[in-house]
Design a protein around this ligand. Structure first.
Ligand code: ATP
Ligand code: MG
Length: 881
């Protein structure tokens, strides 16, 4: 009888089994890949080890085993629907880098499944690549499997390759979950897509190199890369029908049921939602723990999409409030024995999730309402395809994700015009690119200089002799560049620091021995080469010329001041608001810095003052700054922050300020003592994204310049308010304000009196029509302005309930006209709004308003008299006289 292993026990069994076979057990790598732009998130055990497989880097041992956290967003549509796919899962793996090969890998695989775990060999079916007789023979002769039980599969199933490079055949092991779980087809066998034969283990034998044109040569170093889904293994070991029903994951399902009040296994539709939520909250929790934050692109968008999908399935289950942050606590509990950092970051993870959930709640309400309206409109017209423009507006204006639009539409049997949506997206990208170009973005990312892989040597000095390796001028690679031309120069050695890790590039000059001169205005790094962008000010430079590269040292120092300040600020933030304030981006410019960090509310004035004071204290203490390279483990012991994504065994550069004030991993250029930084001043603090705040600050000369400017402002202000000294400004200002208030109220009273006089005069001259007092007056060439006119109208209405007053002023051929009707007039059916419409129609304009008051404008002064005459006509018609 097989023992019922818990998921955590199985993980331990696997890792210790391979440790006994001389493998080095490594912890899971973070989900965020390091130095691998080809991959958004780690999706297999081997992904973080690519450089060990290609031989580019030396592995810590030739045999390694891991349990790797994996995210596969490609499987998102399967989640909840098949029994064996999650976007998050753990992959067990044993790896050989040019050490053991097929016979050991297959033998150990079988030994582990049958002997160690006790799976019934009668339920296990190996598969091999069609042409891999070697593997086939090992299964038959060494292991003793009957040949007819071994499936020979084609390239699409059992040959692993990704473009060019190392590749090779695979041998999988399938577990037979019985007829009940099958599709029932006569040819149902290992490799079928149904849930009967589930692939649990895949052994990849990387033995070939593909030159990219289909020519395979044997590799000198043959590797083993295996992958077994931990949850799938647990699923068969525990005899449950679904990877979400294994012990630790089932506890999350139970929690979803508890929150929603919807029992699991009640009906398929709600079960799918429960499993989707369970899966997505697992992925999201693990991703946030590894440093991913919700955003609108890249892995941040993957996270955002998972959280939003989970939130929406929560609504489908009838959950009205926020629930994802509660669920996340369960995920943390179930996984913290294997991943202790989950517990440390639990509060942080919960806050990231709840901020996103609250924000999405608002988006989804606004967007859903809009979409529901659109569905109804389309329904009336009998249309089934939402136009690209409508879908794009939902996305662009309401922030409503396209995948949600598609999902909701499909529930109504509708779809999106995807092509047209893409076209709108494309247009927006072009607009965004143009905007970037307008900002002077240097578009050199795509240039191939055709150089070898030797990196440009960076020398941390002011000046460096070097030679020109390549030139890019007038939009193409060229052998020289001449006066007036903009371009890029690649050097073999350089003192220029290239834009990296948020630090701005150095500026300076490159001078050829001939006297030719290039002014450098930007430096970037590409494949280890430093690209110096600038303009030729004098002469001609050619490839292979010897040159002197010299940086603008005062700019470099100003950048160093700001960079050092960034570290001090980060340390002070940790002390004042807490360890959760993780760096989420930074920009370091000459004496100016921008630092983004995770935090959930605005910093108070007291917190900001405290942070500023701590940084300035560290400056005044004159802490010494030391940079050193060391292995990761040592850096961790020193307490280095920002360890996201570093690899085990990596050599890292650590920058330390004082004994322990700040310890950070950093490749940038710094001062040697904090005192050289000059005064630090926080300029602003605000939110840049949900849960991310930004501090902008100045150092050195920028702080001094700011002081000078504020002093100038103060002294000008003193002059204006006639204060002898700046501290008298407040008193003087108070006095001036008091005088101003007094004069203002006197003026108001005088104006009121004047308009009452005016109103009274007008009233005596009014015409009586059926008991109403009618006035129609034009003010020509007077100082009566719009405000005064309104005041007179208000006064007239106060004085006489039967008033109908139309007043107009003309200025520069433009007419402004107002009408006011008293209570009695309105009761008798005379309406200011109607009057204004009638009058402005006559004098070529428009206007409107309420029955009591209305105003408008006209353009034809010649018709104004006729328009005013119409007032009496209108009133008479209303009164029937
Ligand atoms: P399938 O065809 O079932 O999707 P796969 O061929 O994509 O599997 P591999 O890329 O060979 O799988 O990954 C190695 C192992 O990782 C698989 O044998 C399986 O145990 C596990 N695995 C792969 N994808 C998932 C997933 N989405 N959820 C859980 N486990 C997975
Ligand atoms: Mg797959």
């Amino acid at each position: 009888m097989m023992k019922k292993y818990g998921l955590n026990e199985l993980r331990e069994e696997f890792l210790s089994f391979f440790e006994e076979k001389d493998h080095l057990r490594l912890p899971s790598f973070p989900l965020v890949p390091k130095d691998d732009p080809s991959l958004l998130l780690i999706n297999s055990g081997m992904a973080p080890m690519k450089a060990w497989f290609t031989g580019e880097m030396e592995p810590p041992r030739k045999r390694v085993c891991t349990c790797q956290k994996c995210i596969r967003t490609g499987d998102i549509e399967n989640v909840g629907k098949t029994s064996r796919h999650g976007t998050y899962f753990e992959m067990l793996g044993n790896f050989s880098f040019g050490d053991y090969f097929k016979s050991e890998a297959i033998a150990w695989c079988w030994e582990f499944l049958v002997k160690r775990i006790g799976l019934d060999p009668a339920l296990l079916y190996p598969s091999v690549f069609r042409d891999d007789d070697e593997a086939f023979d090992i299964w038959v002769k060494d292991i003793g499997i009957a040949p007819e039980r071994i499936a020979k599969l084609g390239k699409e199933d059992n040959f692993w390759e990704q473009g060019s490079g190392p590749c090779g055949p695979c041998s999988e092991v399938y577990f037979d979950r019985g007829l009940d779980n099958g599709c029932g087809a006569a040819n149902c066998a290992p490799g079928c897509d149904c849930d009967r034969f589930v692939e649990i283990w895949n052994n990849v034998f990387t033995q070939f190199d593909n030159d990219g044109e289909g020519n395979y040569t044997e590799l000198s170093q043959k590797n083993i890369d295996t992958g077994m889904g931990l949850e799938r293994l647990a699923c068969v070991c525990q005899g449950v029908s679904n990877m979400f029903e294994v012990d630790t994951v089932m506890n999350i399902i139970k929690k979803v049921s508890e929150i929603s009040g919807v029992a699991y296994k009640r009906e398929e539709k709600s079960d799918v939602s429960i499993r989707v939520i369970t899966d997505h909250i697992r992925s999201a929790t693990m991703m946030i723990c590894d440093g991913v934050l919700p955003s609108n692109e890249g892995r941040g968008y993957v996270l955002r999409r998972l959280l939003r999908r989970a939130a929406r399935h929560g609504r489908l289950l009838g959950i009205t409030g926020h629930f994802l942050c509660d669920l996340c606590a369960t995920v943390v509990n179930e996984n913290s024995s294997a991943y202790p950092d989950l517990m440390e970051k639990a509060e942080y993870i919960t806050r990231v999730i709840s901020v996103e959930e609250v924000n999405f709640g608002k988006t989804i309400d606004a967007g859903s309402a809009k979409l529901t309206g659109l569905i109804a409109e389309y329904g009336k017209r009998g249309e089934k395809t939402l136009s690209g423009a409508d879908a794009f507006r939902l996305y662009d204006t309401y922030g409503f994700p396209l995948d949600l639009t598609i999902e909701i539409l499909s529930e109504q049997g509708m779809e999106v015009d995807g092509m047209s949506f893409d076209a709108h997206m494309q247009e927006q990208r072009i607009r965004a690119r143009k905007a970037r170009e307008a900002l002077g973005d240097l578009a050199w990312a795509g240039i191939d200089f055709g150089l070898d892989n030797t990196p440009t040597l960076f020398a941390d000095s002011e000046e460096q002799r070097s030679s020109i390796l390549a030139i890019f001028a007038q939009d193409e690679l060229s052998s020289s560049i001449h006066e007036g031309c903009e371009g890029i120069i690649v050097l073999d050695k350089t003192p220029f620091y290239a834009e990296s890790g948020g630090q701005s590039a150095d500026f300076g000059t490159i001078t050829a021995d001939s006297g030719a001169l290039l002014e450098v205005r930007g430096v970037q790094q590409k494949g280890g080469k430093f690209l110096h962008h600038g303009k030729m000010l004098k002469g001609i430079m050619s490839v292979n010329d010897s040159v002197t590269a010299k940086i603008d040292i005062s700019r470099r120092r100003a950048i160093a001041r700001a960079h050092t300040a960034t570290h001090l600020l980060h340390a002070a933030l940790h002390t004042v608001i807490g360890e959760h304030a993780q760096q989420a981006g930074s920009l370091v410019e000459p004496d100016k810095l921008r630092f983004d960090f995770t935090h959930f509310s605005a910093l108070t004035d007291a917190e900001l003052a405290d942070i500023e004071r701590r940084v300035n204290d560290a400056i005044l203490d004159g802490l010494s700054i030391k940079a050193a390279e060391m292995p990761m483990s040592e850096a961790k012991e020193l307490g280095a922050a920002a360890l996201f994504g570093e690899k085990y065994g990596d050599i890292v550069r650590v920058v330390k300020m004082g004994e322990s004030f700040s310890v950070e991993l950093c490749g940038g250029t710094h001062l040697d003592n904090t005192a050289k930084k000059g005064a630090f001043s926080i300029v602003s603090e605000f939110s840049v994204a949900s849960g991310v705040r930004r501090i902008e600050a100045t150092t050195g000369k920028a702080t001094l310049a700011m002081l000078t400017t504020s002093r100038e402002h103060l002294s000008r202000l003193s002059g204006i308010v006639k204060a002898g000294a700046p501290e008298e400004i407040y008193d003087k200002f108070e006095q001036h304000m008091a005088t101003f208030r007094e004069l203002r109220s006197k003026l108001d009273a005088a104006l009121m009196k004047e308009s009452r006089g005016e109103a009274a005069r007008m009233l005596t001259a009014s015409h009586d029509i059926g008991g109403l007092k009618v006035i129609a007056t034009v003010f020509e060439d007077t100082d009566v302005d719009v405000e005064k006119l309104r005041q007179i109208e208000d006064t007239l209405r106060d004085m006489e309930a039967g008033i109908v007053a139309v007043l107009a002023i003309t200025k520069d051929d433009k007419i402004t006209v107002m009408a006011a009707c008293g209570k009695k007039a309105v009761q008798m059916g005379v309406k200011a709004g109607e009057l204004i419409r009638e009058i402005t129609r006559i004098c070529g304009g428009s206007g409107g308003g309420k029955p009591e008051f209305a105003m408008g404008g006209g353009k034809d002064p010649a018709k104004l008299k006729a328009a005013m005459d119409a007032v009496e006509v209108y009133v008479k018609s209303k009164m029937g006289v």
